[in-house]
Design a protein around this ligand. Structure first.
Ligand SMILES: [Zn+2]
Ligand SMILES: [Zn+2]
Length: 392
């Protein structure tokens, strides 16, 4: 006999955590190169079910966090797209401030930090040289880039930085290599979601991140269950959980007989600086993204200059969004010349022009221009969520 209490626990956990899972992103810095009073350096927070994941941490990110509705202490994972200063110079300072605000807790799980090879050494040295001791553990999981992610003359091999220099008691973490079959780096996977990184082309190796929720089971067909003679109770939970059940009369019922179509999860893609991507995996991995965050540093008339610096224009970003059939495109990482709407002074470039250029490629599909402190919600997919939460 299955443990009824166990099934109830499983089933109630599913109910409480699955149907109302909120997801939103908040931009903390939307400018390129350096922070300015109108646009911070690159940083955004993805909040899912109360947990905060930080993507990039340019200089000044901690003060941007303080000005937002988010709390730095809630950050459990950090992702760094590439090792240009405007994307990670804020990291040691932010970690120190989080530490100041926390109390020692030996059971606290480490803050997971993902980023290109070299990041562990940078962080360890910054904290060591400044005599900074964090009150919480952290782990740096390094992505090993491939040589085709930047111009040949810009490639630096940082694989030696760690050898013998970061002591055993220093930060832990994995070394993650490209899975050639998948064309991606598997960062994490659990029952609910899978997190991957993929390669981008920039002046230095850059990465994009894909967060994909797994499909949730469809609702139970209650009428069919009644017809089959299944009484409401623990068996419902077991079927919902994906396990077959055998009735007292010996009839075996598999979940596929009584569950409706699975409800697809959400997919969010956050790309670092880029003017393209090696291989063909980027559009494949970002296919049907519910939200695609892409840089657009300069406008379409400066495409040549943008490419030279490894950056994109609105037209290039939209071309990528169209290729992967993204449902919503958000542009960010604007040259500091482009002041946010309503804050442009005389002689400033008009940021709205970037939207016009992007939308013209997407045949009128609406494109969002990110601004500091803008929050965008990514709603659950429409489906049969109400029934999942119904009493058994
Ligand atoms: Zn940048
Ligand atoms: Zn860059």
């Amino acid at each position: 006999m299955p443990d009824v209490q166990q099934l109830k626990n499983l089933s109630s956990r599913r109910h409480s955590s699955t149907p109302r899972m909120s997801m939103e992103i908040t931009f903390l810095g939307t400018g390129s190169a350096y922070p300015s009073p109108t646009r911070g350096a690159s940083a955004l927070v993805l909040r899912r079910d109360g947990e905060c994941w930080l993507f990039d941490c340019g200089e000044g990110t901690q003060t941007q966090l303080m000005r937002s509705h988010l709390r730095a202490g809630r950050i459990t994972k950090i992702f760094i797209t590439h090792l240009h200063g405007d994307h990670f110079f804020g990291l040691p300072g932010l970690l120190c401030t989080i530490s100041l605000q926390s109390s020692p807790d030996p059971n606290k799980p480490p803050v997971d930090i993902y980023g290109p090879l070299g990041l562990r050494s940078f962080l360890w040295r910054s904290l060591e040289l400044s005599h900074s001791q964090l009150l919480f553990p952290y782990a740096v999981h390094e992505l090993v880039p491939t040589r085709d992610q930047c111009p040949a003359e810009e490639f630096r091999d940082f694989s030696h930085l760690d050898r013998g220099e970061v002591p055993p008691q220093g930060p832990g973490g994995r070394i993650l290599r490209l899975d050639p079959g998948e064309g991606s780096y598997l960062l994490e996977e659990d029952e609910q979601l899978v997190l991957r990184a993929f390669r981008l082309f920039h002046r230095v190796p850059s990465f994009g991140f894909v967060l994909e929720e797994k499909p949730r089971p469809g609702r139970l067909n209650v009428q069919k269950l009644k017809d089959l003679g299944v009484q409401p109770g623990p068996l419902y939970g077991k079927l919902k959980g994906g396990a077959a059940v055998v009735l007292e009369n010996g009839v075996r019922i598999s979940p596929s007989e009584v569950l409706e179509e699975p409800i697809p999860g959400r997919k969010v893609c956050i790309l670092g600086d880029c003017s393209g991507a090696p291989g063909d995996e980027a559009p494949r991995l970002c296919r049907d993204a519910d939200l695609l965050v892409h840089e657009a540093t300069l406008d379409d008339t400066q495409q040549e200059k943008a490419r030279e610096h490894g950056h994109s224009t609105p037209g290039m970003a939209s071309g990528f969004a169209r290729l992967c059939r993204a449902r919503r495109l958000v542009l960010t990482h604007f040259s500091q010349r482009y002041k946010p709407a309503g804050q442009a002074g005389e002689g400033d470039a008009d940021v709205a022009e970037l939207r016009r250029q992007a939308e013209s490629v997407l045949g009128g599909q609406e494109v969002t221009l990110a601004e500091d402190f803008m929050t965008i919600e990514i709603p659950m997919k429409k489906g049969k969520t109400a029934a999942l939460a119904s009493p058994e």
